[in-house]
Design a binder for this molecule. Structure first.
Ligand code: ZN
Ligand code: ZN
Length: 438
């Protein structure tokens, strides 16, 4: 859905030299704005000369453009150079800052630099595109040169795009990444973040420039809690990173801390990730609703180590960082072993992964899976156990329904024999749909 606003605005010669504003309304859930304007900038005078005709094009009107957000801040200004601009949270025309199209009264800044004696009429066209849910693939845990990685953010971002990723949270050890210092990379949403890295555990705080004040150091439980509570208050997505990692497990009591998400799949699938999966499953069985995500923890390319290994696939309302993180926070996501790994769409009525439906009204979980390999096992996992739905004979896709027999959660796993003779490992793990006994 999109809304087209078309209007004109007249400036008299007496207003020359003034900065004027023209208001327009942005309704809720708008993803992007595209603005175009035109006016009679040049006069055309044809002069007959003995040797031919000369058409002069003197500038009789020069009208500047700027954009002001509802909070009064300048989103951008482009003089009279650009007659078409684009703004969204994910990207913007140079000279304008990427910013969410928050609902409210926005204003066009009209700079009446030069106005002809008869005045000038300016014609504006604004296209407002609504948000809509789409699948985006990304990585929520990577390192750059700012800590112990080997690539700059730009190099890593370009590498990620080549791997098929659409978002990347920069989470260097104890280094905050500022959103306005992140480069603009076409097709990629870069999310500011940090991996708070303590001897006793790591957590990523993503989506805000500065999740906490002061240094990383925390020597008491209270100081640890303060870091997490500050990150929560400032709106960061808090993820407990690699909770069972061989070298850096999470020794703090995570349930005494505010957090949004559990990174159950960190880098290549291995014992510590299977332990995290098992621990998460036990929390689900106990009735907790905790979203999970993956992160490659990419530092440099090595065997099995690449951006998007694993890939967190989110159903987000826009390509903006806040909508991507909101989707992670809601569990509107699944984890696939690679950007080109299997893909999943699951819903129960209107509810998607991460949502809750009443068991009394909805018991069917509808699934669409693509990118299965020969031998893959697709299974639904509930508190009662695992139910295989398919063992794929060949490469292919699957569409089907699983009917819940009791209230609780249902999540999807695809198991694959990646290396012949080695036990099957997850190729995909989804967040559950919850069927509550309301
Ligand atoms: Zn770590
Ligand atoms: Zn890390």
């Amino acid at each position: 859905m999109e809304t087209l606003l078309v209007f004109d605005y007249f400036i008299s010669h007496e207003q020359e030299g003034l900065y004027l504003t023209v208001p327009f309304t942005v309704s809720p859930d708008v993803e992007s704005l595209e603005l175009t304007y035109r006016y009679g900038r040049h006069d055309r005078n044809e002069v007959d000369l003995p040797q031919g005709v000369f058409t002069s094009r003197p500038e009789i009107n020069i009208i500047d453009l700027g954009l002001i957000a509802p909070d009064g801040t300048q989103v951008g200004a482009s003089g009279s150079d650009k007659t078409n601009i684009y703004v969204s949270e994910a990207r913007a025309t140079p000279g304008y800052r990427p910013t969410p199209l928050v609902p409210g009264e926005w204003r066009i800044l009209v700079g009446a630099y030069k106005v002809a004696p008869e005045g000038v009429r300016i014609f504006y066209e604004i296209t407002l595109k609504d948000k809509c849910r789409r699948l985006l693939k990304g990585d929520l845990h990577v390192h750059t040169l700012a800590s112990d990685g080997v690539l700059t953010v730009t190099e890593l971002g370009q590498h990620a795009v080549r791997h098929g990723l659409e978002f990347l949270a920069i989470t260097d050890h104890n280094q905050m990444a500022r959103a306005d210092a992140l480069p603009s990379i076409p097709g990629l949403t870069l999310i500011p973040g940090i991996e708070w890295t303590h001897f006793k555990g790591h957590a990523t705080f993503s989506g805000v420039d500065q999740p906490y004040d002061g240094p990383l150091a925390a020597n008491t439980p209270d100081e640890v809690t303060t870091r997490f509570e500050s990150a929560r208050a400032r709106g960061a997505l808090i993820t407990i990173a690699h909770p069972f990692d061989e070298t850096c497990p999470f020794h703090f009591d995570m349930h005494a801390l505010p957090f949004d998400c559990l990174e159950i799949w960190n880098g290549p699938m291995r014992v510590s990730n299977l332990q995290a999966l098992g621990y998460w499953h036990s929390l689900l069985v106990a009735g907790k609703k905790i979203p999970v995500c993956g992160g490659s923890d990419y530092h440099r390319s090595q065997l099995f180590l690449f951006p998007g290994g694993p890939t967190t696939c989110v159903y987000a309302m826009s390509a903006g960082a806040s909508d991507i993180l909101a989707a992670v926070r809601c569990g509107h996501a699944y984890i696939s072993y690679a950007p080109d790994g299997p893909a999943l769409e699951a819903h129960a009525g209107e509810a998607i992964l991460g949502d809750t439906v009443p068991f009394s009204s909805t018991t069917d979980l509808e699934l669409e899976v693509s990118g299965l390999s020969a031998g893959d096992v697709l299974q639904v996992v509930t508190a009662q156990g695992s139910t295989p739905l398919l063992k794929a004979e060949t490469r292919g896709d699957f569409r089907g329904v699983y009917t819940m027999t009791a209230p609780g959660f249902a999540r999807i796993e695809i198991l694959r024999e990646f290396i012949p003779g080695v036990p099957m490992l997850p190729a995909l793990i989804s967040n559950p749909v919850y069927f509550d006994d309301l």
